[in-house]
Design a protein around this ligand. Structure first.
Ligand SMILES: [Zn+2]
Length: 422
């Protein structure tokens, strides 16, 4: 595995040298508070990292299972792994060009496993003992699992109406679980205040929480970038025409774009990069609103409300990066309403055998919309991410469908179940 050469700010391009990175865990750019990218010595990687070696190494060693097959392009540390990554890419039964990347196959049932496996790996490497995260739900669940695997305490802050699975998994993994009256933005504020208080009250350094929020430390992007390496390898080291990505915080999109850049430098892939599509829910659509208005950053989305819980991110920290990638790639952002998202869940479940998460169904709903408008053809090669297993959202989906267990219905219904006026 390669050593980190430096961290580079995504906004002002300030570099943090390797010696500083080795000595202390890093958060944001010290100059402008931009998100940091891990940079390697690419000349050295060109000699040591060969795409021909990946499959053989993965077959030979359990340490190279899942996303760690790309260890040659990940930071040098002993992995905290639960078998994340190398998820199936499923060919659609109906559309010849459509491939669904099933991230529900990850540990804890979502793509969040990738970023948190890598971030917790580095946290353990640095000897951190307390990790805190504000989350829309699934990042909290993933942090709880990886922190448990690493012997680190996890502190989770998420909205009180998260999918029930997210609350249960946090408790089961033994995390310190806090349900917040508000959204991920409120959870983030509380985490920031707690850490500030700890620093001001002479809390011992080992007891101070480390904020492992999306894009506020450099390693979750590094884990997520493996989605970009994987989709290219799974398509025979070629690019698709487009990538459809449900976008809350947008780290996956940012990570994939970084992967494409690295793979091109390494000579692992050539040709035109895919158009990147960021898919959102109409009830929380800061990126699609900013995209439609040709703005370089998003505005805080007021009164965010959608059953696609992972998309309830009113102001993504990396909005400027996401919007730049959409622009550069020739893609766009599209928001679908909850009724359309629910219809898409049922459509893909019944005709493809795939139980999408509401976030994944925001992507399929947009895909169908572009097919209907003629902007996309069924033969265009599209990789669409189902970012989580539909089963993690059983309560939300059941509620949206007005479904209840038969034995919880009122017992006084007339025979035949027909409700008549009194
Ligand atoms: Zn900066």
């Amino acid at each position: 595995m390669p050593r980190i050469a430096s961290l580079e700010c995504s906004r002002c391009h300030h570099h943090i040298p390797a010696a500083t990175v080795e000595a202390t865990p890093q958060t944001l750019c010290p100059v402008c508070a931009g998100s940091l990218y891990v940079r390697y010595d690419m000349d050295e990687l060109k000699r040591t990292a060969r795409r021909e070696d990946i499959a053989a190494r993965a077959a030979a060693s359990p340490a190279s299972l899942g996303m760690w097959r790309y260890a040659a392009v990940l930071p040098d540390a002993t992995p905290v792994t639960l078998g994340e990554g190398w998820t199936p890419i499923i060919h659609s039964k109906r559309y010849p060009g459509l491939y669904i990347k099933e991230e529900g196959a990850n540990p804890t049932g979502t793509f969040k496993a990738r970023g948190l496996s890598l971030a917790v790996t580095l946290a353990k490497h640095y000897g951190l003992q307390h990790l805190a995260v504000p989350s829309a739900g699934n990042a909290a669940g993933a942090l709880a699992a990886y922190a448990a695997a690493a012997g680190i305490k996890a502190h989770l802050f998420m909205p009180q109406d998260v999918p029930f699975a997210n609350y249960v998994e946090g408790v089961v993994y033994g995390a310190d679980v806090h349900l917040v009256d508000g959204l991920i933005s409120d959870a983030a504020r509380i985490v920031g205040e707690r850490i500030k208080q700890q620093k001001e009250s002479n809390t011992p350094a080992s007891e101070i929480w480390f904020d492992i929020s999306t894009l506020k430390e450099p390693y979750r992007i590094e884990g997520k970038k493996t989605m970009g390496y994987e989709l290219v390898e799974q398509l025979g080291w070629t690019y698709p025409d487009a990538v459809f990505y449900p976008t809350g915080g947008g780290v996956g999109l940012i990570g994939m774009w970084k992967a494409f850049d690295e793979m091109e430098q390494l000579g692992w892939v050539t040709g035109k990069r895919p158009k990147m599509y960021a898919l959102q829910a109409a009830g929380c659509a800061p990126i699609s609103t900013a995209f439609d208005q040709h703005k370089p950053t998003s505005e805080f989305f007021q009164n965010a409300d959608t059953f696609a819980a992972g998309l309830r991110v009113p102001k993504p920290y990396g909005d400027y990066i996401i919007l730049d990638i959409l622009q550069q790639s020739g893609g766009k952002a599209i928001a679908s309403d909850d009724a359309t998202i629910l219809q898409s869940i049922l459509d893909y479940a019944r005709h493809e055998g795939i139980f999408l998460s509401p976030e994944g169904a925001a992507a399929t709903a947009a895909y169908d919309q572009l097919l209907n408008s003629g902007e996309l053809k069924p033969t265009d090669k599209v990789v669409l991410f189902n970012t989580g297993a539909g089963l993690k959202y059983t309560d939300m989906t059941a509620e949206a469908m007005h479904l209840r267990r038969p034995n919880t219905l009122p017992t006084s219904l007339p025979v035949g179940g027909i409700i008549t006026p009194q």
